[in-house]
Design a protein around this ligand. Structure first.
Ligand code: FES
Ligand SMILES: [Fe+2]
Length: 421
């Protein structure tokens, strides 16, 4: 349970808020490069700001204030030109740094353009994804997390807008009790509803042998965030890291939970697939959009609930736009969530005291390839356990234009309609 003040502190992300200031220290994914190939100008809502992302006709990326300085037209309607983006209304031209370069209807010798500059932010592409940085300059390095820079890899990237606050999405990382219930019992019920009992999974923690999750799992802060551990007879085994502040890492995936504003989160699904050595590199990273798991009336869309990703998206919305944490009742099974909140408090304090929070990377040597445990940097169980690959044909991943091809490539055509386990 939190006080109302602390719940506000953790969930408000707009300019000038403490959490907004903390989040601004990190690079956030905002679009796919392949989206810009389709349309080089896109509206972006990020950390409570309305911005426009564009690629000009010289290939430069810009991320600037979403409205023209002249009479406040939305620049998503702008025209990309060799030197920047031109407003469609009266033709003011802006550089990728937001500097006004031309005002066609002012006198030829006017100094007015030099005095008009829109807010602009750093933006960079990596692994087919465009990342933005809204924090203090100089910007830190864009982290080269392992899945972004490994070779012989094909990738795709999916986007889903969640009508809820970012924190309830991220807290789910430290909540393994939901694996058994949401992704076990509820999942099997959802599969029954859509006539796919063949996809149902056996219980993870069956009656008779049942142990509460707090006795099977543990959590600890490590240098990238919080590690979820399984307790085994041989000690703790790393299971799944939650990378501070808003990334989940799981086998061949990263999931980013990007705060668009206090009540909207951009969920970014980044997936890697093994390629055989010698296969031609992927020409561009395809993108897909994931529909919501609940309809406009707030009811489940069962066809989107056939795997973990869709089920998670449902449950985040089922907690409301912003969880009222003054009313929650936490138990032993929630120790991971409490640990994460403690880490948030600590990192918020560091920023408020003028320091740099964790995972802000400035050393190029450290940034060559940042390994995320339990990966060891050289081998990944690429498509190894069936679940990791086969779940691509269900849930949010089924909207990817390449997921079925990858399953067919590694498992054969028959696998496409077969059971997940
Ligand atoms: S409103 Fe943009 S140029 Fe006039
Ligand atoms: Fe989940």
């Amino acid at each position: 349970m939190l006080t109302a003040e602390e719940n506000e502190l953790f969930t408000r992300v707009g300019p000038g808020t403490p959490m907004g200031r903390l989040m601004r220290w990190y690079w956030h994914p905002i679009a796919a490069v392949s989206q810009l190939d389709e349309n080089p100008v896109r509206a972006v809502r990020l950390l409570g700001e309305d911005l426009v992302l564009f690629r000009d006709r010289s290939g430069n990326l810009g991320l600037i204030d979403g409205r023209c300085a002249h009479r406040r037209v939305d620049l998503r309607f702008g025209i990309p030109e060799p030197q920047g983006l031109r407003c469609p209304y009266h033709g003011w031209l802006y550089s990728p740094q937001g500097q006004c370069l031309q005002m066609p209807d002012e006198a030829a010798d006017t100094t007015f353009p030099g005095r008009v500059k829109l807010q602009s932010y750093s933006v960079r592409a990596l692994a087919g994804v465009v990342f933005a940085y809204l924090g203090p300059e100089p910007a830190p390095l864009l982290p080269n997390w392992d899945l972004f820079v490994m070779e012989d890899v094909a990738r795709d990237v999916g986007f889903q807008v969640l009508n809820c606050n970012w924190l309830q999405v991220q807290e789910n990382d430290m909540d393994p009790a939901h694996l058994e219930w949401l992704h076990g019992h509820f999942s099997n019920y959802a599969l029954e509803r859509i006539g796919r009992k063949d996809l149902q999974r056996p219980p993870r923690n069956p009656e008779g042998t049942r142990t509460p999750v707090g006795e099977r799992r543990d959590w600890a802060v490590y240098d990238q965030g919080i590690m979820n551990y399984a307790k085994t007879p041989n000690g703790l085994r790393e299971v799944r890291p939650s990378i501070f502040p808003n990334v989940n890492s799981f086998t061949t995936d990263f999931m980013y939970r990007v705060p668009m504003d206090d009540t909207h989160t951009l969920h970014v699904f980044f997936t890697s697939y093994a390629q055989d050595p010698g296969e031609p590199p992927q020409e561009s990273v395809p993108y897909y959009t994931v529909p919501p798991s609940i309809d406009v009336h707030g009811n489940p869309i069962w066809d989107e609930l056939d795997n973990n990703g869709g089920q998670d998206a449902m449950i985040w919305l089922a907690q409301g736009p912003i969880v009222d944490r003054t009313k929650e009742r936490l138990g032993e099974s929630d120790r991971g969530v409490l640990l994460y909140r403690e880490l948030l408090r600590q990192q918020l304090r560091i920023v408020e005291d003028g320091g740099e929070p964790m995972n802000v990377i400035r050393d190029p040597a450290r940034n060559v390839c940042i390994t995320v445990p339990p990966r060891d940097g050289s081998t990944i169980e690429w498509n190894g356990p069936d679940e990791h690959l086969m779940r691509r044909v269900t849930g949010p991943y089924k909207h990817s234009p390449v997921a079925r091809d990858m399953v067919e490539k590694y498992r054969g055509k028959d696998a496409l309609d077969g059971p997940v386990h």
